[in-house]
Design a protein around this ligand. Structure first.
Ligand SMILES: NC(=O)c1ccc[n+]([C@@H]2O[C@H](COP(=O)([O-])OP(=O)(O)OC[C@H]3O[C@@H](n4cnc5c(N)ncnc54)[C@H](OP(=O)(O)O)[C@@H]3O)[C@@H](O)[C@H]2O)c1
Length: 505
């Protein structure tokens, strides 16, 4: 009796990564090609070059599309069953006549499904074994080539997004990105693999991550924001997330070289009325629950003497994301756009000290991402005892200096008296959700709710900081990390970026 079996293997689920695909198909043919009658259909999702950035061109060659051209022959028909615009189905015969190469170099492979139609039953266990073989073969090759494999926890956040783009654009990096929800505009690159995983869930974390034995660098840029920052519950949740990830990956990632942890300037406790430039060795505050200390201690216990690790402490993060709880740029942009839409004055509400004096450092997401790469890959500074680094732009700023320029950027008039001590965004922006919906619709933006981008309490607090949190750059400067930004330039850059992404008008 002929048994027909249609088996669809989704790569991310079955741990055949896109770049393992060729190995998988080769091994499949080599091992069982003559044992059973089969047709293998490869559905490839490709993005067209004109929609992608120049930087991806190099990846096309690096990731061996030439090889793919040789392996997959005979364009069968455009397959739209999965609803992908750029989805092609190729019929691969074991004997295959190699007449028509179909994948052009101007296409970039971003994902694939393998459908195997077998005209004779096949032992599923055997197939799993083949997947493992393909994985191993690919990993061995990658390691021999000195490749780095990053896993970024919090890949859709302010720094996570920037870090993933930067690593993918460098040669010899493959990136796994972890978050619960996918991006609005997913990264399209064959070096990138998104993994949807709730790090608070130990079962989900183990299932999704304990197959990633090729990881060489871990980047922790995530946190649980359900509880107040300085609460015991926050300490507990953040520790649980990291424990779940470490216990899934450490036992299998034998080539792990570095763990990078992002915390923040709240590592330091401001001293009332004093301007102190906190350096990395400043003693911890007593008495408060600070999850940053809990995570550093966990890394110390788990990695000391075995794996190098570093901690990065940014000030106010300046970047773009719609998955961020403390989202300065998102909140500022929604405020500016709402003022413009309703013809409201662009007022700064906070304390006079916060308006006129430097209270916090700006930290551009590009700088924080690059600093983490620098610390993770510069042998002279890595240490298995852990190294802490402030991650700040450089020159300090005051809101008074930059507020008028921000008003101009949003096309709103900053009133003559733009500083009002008792003006609160939580009150002024209350029940304006419908206004944001209207802006999104009339300006043809990506669908977001006001709360996806704006956190009014955050800005009200930021503009009323009780103490100064300013850091020193002396350590990174001395060790040779030279990237710096002017904070006003950073803010203007990320407003433009939000506009380009169609997140704001
Ligand atoms: N924001 C700032 O201005 C600032 C300033 C200084 C320091 N920091 C510190 O920097 C660190 C990172 O914060 P951030 O603001 O940069 O991050 P963020 O932009 O808020 O990003 C958080 C990321 O983690 C993911 N995530 C959250 N919960 C998760 C879970 N349970 N499982 C898997 N993924 C999860 C989010 O995506 P999903 O929600 O889709 O899962 C998102 O990708 C924190 O320690 C924070 O205190 C932040």
């Amino acid at each position: 009796m002929i048994v027909r079996l249609l088996l669809q293997v989704e790569l991310s689920i079955f741990s055949i990564k896109t770049d393992n695909l060729i190995e998988f198909v080769k091994i499949l043919y080599k091992s069982i090609g003559d044992l059973c009658l089969m047709n293998v259909y490869i559905c490839m999702f490709v993005s067209r070059l004109e929609e992608t950035k120049k930087v991806h061109i190099d990846m096309v060659y690096e990731n061996g599309l030439e090889e793919i051209e040789r392996v997959y022959i005979g364009l069968e028909e455009i397959d739209r069953i999965y609803g992908w615009n750029d989805c092609f189905s190729f019929n691969c015969h074991p004997t295959g006549d190699c007449s028509t190469p179909i994948l052009k170099k101007s296409n970039i492979l971003i994902g694939a499904f393998v459908s195997i139609k077998i005209v004779q039953s096949l032992d599923r266990a055997k197939l799993s074994k083949l997947e493992v073989m393909a994985d191993r073969e690919c990993n061995t090759k990658a390691q021999a080539a000195g490749n780095n494999v990053a896993i970024i926890f919090g890949v859709t956040g302010l720094v996570g997004k920037e870090l993933s783009k930067r690593l993918i654009s460098k040669s010899k990096w493959k990136v796994y990105g972890v978050a619960r929800n996918p991006e609005i505009k997913p990264i399209k690159s064959s070096s990138y693999h998104f993994i949807s995983c709730d790090l608070l869930d130990p079962v989900d974390t183990k299932q999704k991550l304990s197959v990633l034995q090729d990881v060489t660098h871990m980047f922790w840029i995530t946190w649980a924001s359900q509880h107040p920052l300085d609460s015991p519950e926050s300490c507990e949740q953040n520790k649980t997330m990291m424990c779940n990830a470490l216990s899934a990956i450490l036992p299998i990632a034998k080539g792990l070289k570095h763990f990078s942890l992002q915390t923040g300037m709240s590592n330091y406790v401001p001293v009332n009325g004093k301007t102190i430039l906190f350096d990395e060795e400043w003693p911890r505050g007593n008495g408060s629950h600070n999850f940053y200390y809990v995570l550093e201690d966990l890394l110390h216990e788990t990695l000391a003497g075995k794996v190098a690790w570093s901690v990065h402490r940014p000030g106010l993060l300046i970047g773009a994301s719609h998955r961020t709880f403390y989202n300065f740029i998102g909140t500022l942009c929604v405020y500016g756009a709402t003022c413009k839409h309703l013809n409201l004055p662009f007022v700064f509400g906070g304390t006079r000290e916060c308006w006129e004096e430097s209270y916090i450092d700006g930290s551009d997401a590009r700088l924080v991402a690059e600093q983490q790469i620098w610390a993770a890959t510069t042998d002279e500074i890595t240490s298995t005892d852990g190294q802490a680094f402030n991650a700040i732009n450089g020159s300090s700023f005051t809101w008074k200096q930059i507020w008028p320029t921000l008003g101009e950027k949003f096309g709103v008039t900053a009133p003559e008296n733009m500083f009002l001590e008792d003006f609160r965004l939580t009150t002024a922006m209350r029940e304006k959700e419908k206004v944001w919906e209207e802006i999104v619709m009339t300006e043809n933006l990506h669908q977001t709710k006001m709360k996806d981008l704006a956190n009014w309490q955050f800005l009200d607090l930021l503009f009323r900081c009780p103490g100064k949190l300013l850091g020193s750059r002396a350590k990174v400067d001395q060790l040779g990390f030279t990237m710096k930004y002017n904070t006003l330039d950073s803010i203007l850059y990320w407003i433009d970026f939000m506009r380009d992404e169609k997140l704001i008008p």
